[in-house]
Design a binder for this molecule. Structure first.
Ligand code: ACM
Length: 498
């Protein structure tokens, strides 16, 4: 068909036609000889009444525009068709490229969007008479995800990243067919989401007086003496949520409770058990200043969550729940009074009481609670989804109790761990999780029955940023481990091949 394609381009691409490099690896693909050329005037054909397809078509057009392609002459005319085929599972797609056209069918708009991501990875620039076109090999692909939850987390509290980088992070997720961004917004060391009802969260909780230099375990510990902070305005958050929605990424906001809350308590000391002034934390690690389970605290958290739910359409809201020391609760008269009045056994059950009250509030507003696996201690909130980060046990226990589970085991999915044992690696928290180890992870524990295994929704990598100050440090830590994870959760155990 395109006899005009020059030989050097063909040689460069080598075995390209038989085995294109697509990450995550599709379930099935068969290459054929020939290719189709995309150019600025490639005709896009889709149902103009379908809001999902309109979004996908807009994304496609933005991509074509960004590539600065030139219109081709008639002999190279081509067409792309986007189709929703409700007979296919959600997120699944089929992709066919022939010399005349590209056809992408998806079980829903997200499926069609993933077909476009595959197209973007297949497209190779083709230069002719100083014009750039894109060449797509003739190929037939049938693809679908192994897991429905495919995510990446980012901690913006230990270090803050610009809106432009958050969007870039969402772009990266979409490129590797991930569909959840878990946005860790509050911490001991900073509160990063504007809450209109509580201005001191912006004035006080968003800033710390200095930051640790070197590792938490260094002796002596060193501080940089530089004030640090900031937060995302509600307007910025709306813009980011919309940006993610256009890429079929759901943002799950995390508001940490009852622990990892010192920044909020620094702004509003009455939320703590000591009722005395505190600073926003400057040290990393686990901190004893946690929310006191008073009515004042519940009113504060419900007001905060009300604004959070207005900003984030996600069915899930993450409430943290990890690493909450109970030392202050043990000696606090109000906490002890609640334990007696509610006939609780101990402070672990007091934590469950805390989380269950928040769950009832979220449920009343048609949202589902996710918490780290510590929410199992003292009794699990009835409808909670568990994000398991410690041993396998928590995930197994929750799945057996009939709760949904998202796997983020620190051994495989903590991308703040070292990725090589080389002396020139940048300072990291510890651990060692090289690429190959991530690749060999499988989210379903062997001891689960098929029925229990259905509660394992998928997996996610966590990116804690104590030791990542800048976007480039985050990129260094996620690449290429997140590409490996994308094959764990999209391609699945049978298909992947390191
Ligand atoms: C966690 O790493 N504390 C969830």
């Amino acid at each position: 068909m395109h006899s005009s394609i020059d030989q050097s381009a063909k040689e460069e691409t080598g075995t390209f036609f038989s085995q294109p490099a697509i990450i995550p690896l599709p379930q099935n693909m068969i290459g054929q000889p020939g290719e189709v050329i995309l150019h600025a005037k490639t005709e896009l054909d889709y149902n103009l009444e379908d809001p999902g397809l309109i979004r996908v078509a807009r994304f496609f057009q933005q991509w074509i525009n960004a590539e600065k392609l030139k219109p081709a002459n008639d002999e190279n005319s081509s067409k792309a068709r986007l189709i929703i085929d409700s007979g296919m599972p959600p997120e699944a797609y089929s992709f066919t490229a022939t010399p005349e056209e590209i056809a992408i069918s998806g079980g829903n708009a997200a499926g069609v969007f993933y077909g476009i991501q595959t197209l973007i990875q297949l497209a190779k620039p083709w230069r002719k008479n100083n014009n750039i076109f894109l060449s797509i090999p003739s190929i037939s692909i049938n693809d679908a995800p192994a897991f429905s939850y495919r995510g990446m987390h980012l901690d913006v509290a230990r270090h803050l990243f610009p809106v432009s980088f958050i969007k870039q992070y969402i772009d990266i997720l979409a490129r590797y067919k991930m569909n959840h961004f878990h946005w860790h917004l509050t911490e001991d060391q900073g509160w990063r989401i504007e809450i209109k009802k509580y201005p001191k969260l912006q004035e006080v909780a968003a800033f710390r007086k200095e930051t640790m230099v070197g590792h938490l375990n260094d002796r002596p510990q060193q501080m940089d003496g530089q004030p640090y902070g900031g937060y995302y305005t509600q307007e910025e958050i709306r813009e980011i949520v919309k940006y993610a929605e256009d890429r079929f990424v759901t943002i799950i906001p995390e508001i940490e409770l009852p622990g990892h809350a010192q920044a909020a308590i620094a702004a509003y000391p009455e939320l703590g058990c000591l009722q005395e002034p505190l600073e926003v934390a400057t040290q990393w690690g686990i901190i004893e200043n946690v929310f006191c389970p008073s009515e004042q605290t519940f009113t504060f958290l419900e007001n905060v969550l009300t604004e959070v739910m207005e900003l984030f359409p996600s069915p899930y809201i993450h409430i943290g729940g990890d690493e909450c020391p109970k030392t202050q609760w043990e000696t606090n008269s109000l906490c002890q009074q609640i334990i007696r009045d509610e006939k609780l056994k101990d402070e672990n059950q007091l934590q469950s009481y805390f989380v269950q009250r928040i769950e009832r509030f979220l449920h009343k507003h048609d949202r589902k609670l996710i918490g780290w696996d510590e929410i199992l201690e003292g009794g699990l909130a009835p409808r909670a989804t568990v994000m398991r980060w410690r041993g396998e046990k928590g995930g197994i226990e929750a799945a057996r109790l009939g709760h949904d589970v998202i796997m983020t085991p620190s051994d495989y999915c903590y991308f703040d761990f070292y990725q090589a044992a080389a002396p020139n690696e940048p300072l990291a928290i510890g651990g060692l999780t090289p690429l190959e180890k991530v690749y060999h992870y499988h989210p379903i524990p062997e001891s689960l029955t098929t029925k229990e295994a259905q509660h394992i929704l998928g997996a996610q990598a966590n990116v804690w940023t104590e030791y990542m100050k800048k976007p480039e440090n985050v990129e260094y830590m996620i690449y290429p481990r997140m590409q490996a994870l994308s094959e764990v959760i999209w391609s699945g155990k049978e298909k992947k091949d390191f």
